[in-house]
Design a protein around this ligand. Structure first.
Ligand code: MG
Length: 388
């Protein structure tokens, strides 16, 4: 039986994970759940799955949850803050950690899980973007395994679990829906609203990743994530637009064969593969209805329109420090867009300015990563304040 801690159980990935777990009570036991802002949902999940621990953001939330838990007969203990997230990621009883906290906030808990030899179901791409090589090294040293949950990486992982000789791989191709603005002209992007940007045509997701999908930063972060997960150079990772989100990526081999995974655009499919690995389990999702598909389209991304994607390739070429800067400045830029401080096309402008201020350097400790991350946030805020 897999004993699971979910970091970020109240978010979209966390909720989908619990819905798959719920189908297989004989295979999975929920040891701990964690949320940030949504205490009501965290409590509801605790009552249903009876974990030993739940973790919330601060002492105040802990008090609220403890009071509410008194009315139930649950023995669930409430923890809070970074210590709490680290505790449930590293606890000896846990076999499997679902890393589904959005953004850089998920980095430390993911590293703790790796240090403690856990099987990590990785949905937090930012931690690989910030610290990919370091996480790989810690995983090897501590016998920890990473199973990607991100649908594109999960698709590649499914293919590579059978044919993974890197000499035989010509390239991998990540598919991208293009988000809500795939048909917009560059000029029209200036006027898009927050509401339009949040309205992804194929996937229902959290705010940060929805904006990242609209700018295609999400795909760029996935390129960087893929380079670390599959240990492939930048020239072996391509992106193709595929508006239907049915084929979730390709692996092209040297003999001219391309292998891919298809599935409905529903995160329960990759989550079920990751949870059940190396076996397959039901996800609650129907297979693709081929006769209902009118067409599957593919075309090249427009890098002038989606500058964030181009910036990700450039950051990857420049190295670790630039990937950390890119990720941090993007988080600041997305928040600034969501709060109406900047318009949509200022997001890549802000990131590019921050990348120009970043020096090339080797990064090989968590402390150094966090220092660079903080520096990039401060500097991006300074650039932002000058812009306003
Ligand atoms: Mg994805």
């Amino acid at each position: 039986m897999k004993v699971i801690s979910i970091l970020g159980s109240t978010g979209s990935i966390g909720r989908s994970t619990l819905s798959v777990v719920d189908l297989h009570p004989e295979k999975f036991k929920i040891f701990a759940l964690s949320g940030f802002n949504n205490n009501d949902l965290l409590l509801e999940q605790a009552i249903k799955f009876k974990p030993s621990f739940i973790v919330t953001k601060n002492l105040f939330s802990k008090k609220i949850l403890m009071d509410k838990l008194k009315d139930t007969k649950l023995k669930t203990e409430v923890l809070y803050g970074d210590e709490g997230y680290t505790f449930i990621a590293s606890h000896e009883k846990v076999t499997t950690v679902v890393a589904a906290i959005t953004g850089s906030a998920g980095l430390i808990s993911t590293i703790e899980a790796a240090k403690n030899g856990k099987q990590i179901l990785l949905a937090n791409k930012e931690s690989m973007v910030m610290a990919g090589e370091l996480i790989n090294k810690i995983c090897v040293e501590n016998n920890s395994t990473l199973i990607p949950v991100d649908s594109e990486h999960n698709a590649i992982f499914q293919v590579l679990s059978k044919n993974s000789d890197s000499e035989e791989i010509k390239k991998i191709i990540l598919t991208a829906s293009g988000g809500p603005f795939r048909f917009h002209s560059l000029k029209n992007l200036q006027k898009v609203t927050v509401e339009e940007a949040l309205n992804h045509p194929n996937w229902k997701m959290g705010k940060k990743i929805s904006i990242d999908s609209a700018t295609m930063m999400n795909k760029g972060l996935e390129v960087i994530e893929a380079s670390h997960l599959f240990r492939l150079g930048i020239k072996k990772i391509e992106v193709v637009m595929h508006p239907q989100s049915i084929i979730h990526s390709f692996v092209e081999y040297i003999d001219g064969s391309s292998l891919s995974q298809m599935g409905s655009p529903d995160m329960r499919v990759p989550i079920a593969y990751a949870l059940g690995y190396p076996n397959r389990i039901t996800s609650g999702v129907e297979g693709v209805l081929l006769d209902k598909l009118s067409s599957l389209e593919f075309y090249k991304p427009d890098l002038k329109k989606f500058r964030c994607l181009d910036l990700c390739y450039q950051a990857l070429a420049m190295g670790d420090a630039h990937c950390i800067s890119l990720n941090a400045s993007n988080e600041i830029a997305v928040e600034a867009f969501l709060s109406g401080k900047i318009n949509f096309i200022q997001i890549p402008e802000l990131i590019e300015k921050m990348l120009l201020k970043t020096e090339v350097m080797n990064v090989n400790s968590v402390e150094h990563i966090l220092e660079l991350d903080n520096y990039a946030r401060d500097e991006t805020n300074k650039i932002l304040n000058k812009t306003l």
